[in-house]
Design a binder for this molecule. Structure first.
Ligand code: STR
Length: 417
């Protein structure tokens, strides 16, 4: 694939560069190639060069390093104009001012309210609602069964559940959920022409700004209203900051949890002995969730951080102005961290809780506990309601969506039994 998104061919695109496949044809092969390319590997993202960190220990250290920032203005290729809005992945980085894009003291100011709203204790209050959504969607699954008995577990269950949860939390009306699902699908897909992606992002900005203005006029008990009313250290968030946080929450809360739920179901159906142990109560659903997070991470690559100084990692140097991606899938398969059988799915693995799939350091996922609660409700409820659940096609026929940063299936056709 020839993607001339940069003005000039990057000088340092050496033989060791792993070209990330936008069509996601062979994720396991690519993950292995990244691991083989070194602790710090050179990658090519649609013609744009970057570093990626592929090991747990070094990633942990880099994620605590204040010399790496999320501010796109620190990126040499952006400053020079080599990367522009014509690059299909720019929306993953230039996403407006929010807790996702700001560092340091300002970051804490942007993030505190959200992380306080998503502690395990606070989440107990919404558990009954998540359980209710789950039961409704299980009924919908039953009803959506075709004449052949086949139903898409993604479209009917795994996708709507996180949208309802994050929608309830942020105060996004249910009438908008289908629109948001459609827009995010187009946003993440590499088959969407870039002008369409930029147009849909502009539409979403209008949508979220209108929502924030409405909540400013009539605050309710959702997190969007709490963000508007918050005054961390006497300094309220600006409208742009509330909008930025709101869209980060909806995009992240929606997209990643779909992967967690589906990947867990897929792993269990492919490992029936382990499924039997879980259903017999010999091991908890938490073990399934943690091992799925490690082995089949919803986020494959997280874009991007930029070096404000030269940073040495082993025998490589990330030069000032260069970009660093964190390749969470490769990190979950790190042999040093998880042992020689890191490529195997094993819910009894002693290191299953010692993954880094939610990140580390100041930007660690504020929604981690929420996604665990969602999956912890959805998975047992699904297998309790449909104990004979099985794939309707051979596992090899399940395909990935052409999404470079996320690990997302096209569909997951099942027979409910
Ligand atoms: C999508 C576009 C947007 O409007 C805002 C954001 C900010 C949060 C990002 C999100 C993005 C893409 C998916 C991310 C999410 C944070 C967590 C999620 C990167 C860029 C993950 O995949 C981990």
């Amino acid at each position: 694939m020839n993607c001339p998104h940069t003005a000039a061919a990057p000088a340092d695109r050496g033989a060791g560069t792993v070209v990330i496949d936008p069509m996601v044809q062979d994720l396991d092969g690519e993950t292995a190639r990244l691991r083989d390319a070194g602790v710090l590997a050179r990658i090519d993202l649609l013609g744009v060069p970057a570093w990626t960190v592929t090991r747990h220990a070094e990633a942990r250290q880099l994620l605590l390093d204040p010399r790496l920032v999320k501010d796109i203005d620190a990126w040499g290729l952006w400053q020079s104009g080599a990367v522009t809005h014509a690059w299909p992945l720019i929306g993953m980085i230039d996403a407006g001012r929010s807790m996702f894009t700001v560092d340091g003291a300002e970051h804490r100011r942007l993030r505190t309210k959200t992380s306080q709203a998503l502690t395990p204790r606070r989440l107990e209050a919404i558990r009954p609602e998540i359980e209710k959504f789950t039961q409704e969607l299980l009924d919908a699954l039953d009803a959506a069964r075709g004449d052949d008995g086949v139903v898409d577990l993604k479209a009917v269950f795994a996708q709507p559940l996180p949208m309802r949860v994050v929608g309830m939390l942020m105060g996004v009306d249910e009438s908008q959920h289908a629109m948001l699902t459609r827009q995010y699908k187009a946003f993440f897909s590499m088959l969407t022409p870039q002008d369409e992606r930029l147009a849909l992002l502009a539409e979403l900005d209008v949508f979220y700004t209108d929502l924030v203005r409405e909540k400013t006029a009539r605050p309710t008990d959702d997190l969007t209203s709490a963000l508007i009313l918050a005054e961390e250290g006497g300094e309220p968030l600006t409208e742009e900051e509330v909008v930025g946080n709101l869209k980060a929450m909806v995009a992240a809360g929606h997209e990643t949890t779909i992967g967690l739920v589906l990947n867990a179901v897929r792993a269990l159906l492919a490992h029936p002995d382990q499924l039997r142990e879980v259903l017999a109560g010999e091991i908890g659903w938490d073990a399934v969730i943690e091992e799925t997070l490690r082995w089949d991470t919803p986020t494959t690559h997280l874009l991007m951080r930029f070096a404000t100084e030269d940073i040495t990692v082993g025998d490589e140097v990330i030069r000032k102005g260069e970009g660093l991606v964190v390749s969470y899938r490769a990190i979950g398969r790190d042999i040093e961290q998880h042992g020689a059988d890191a490529d195997a799915f094993d819910i009894t693995r002693p290191t299953r809780n010692r993954h880094m799939t939610f990140g580390h350091g100041p930007h660690i996922c504020p929604g981690a506990a929420l996604s665990r609660v969602e999956a912890g409700i959805a998975l047992p409820a699904l297998f309790t309601r449909f104990p004979g659940l099985r794939l309707a096609v051979p596992d090899e026929e399940i395909t990935k969506l052409p999404v470079m940063t996320q690990n997302d299936m096209t569909a997951f056709p099942v027979l409910l039994g």
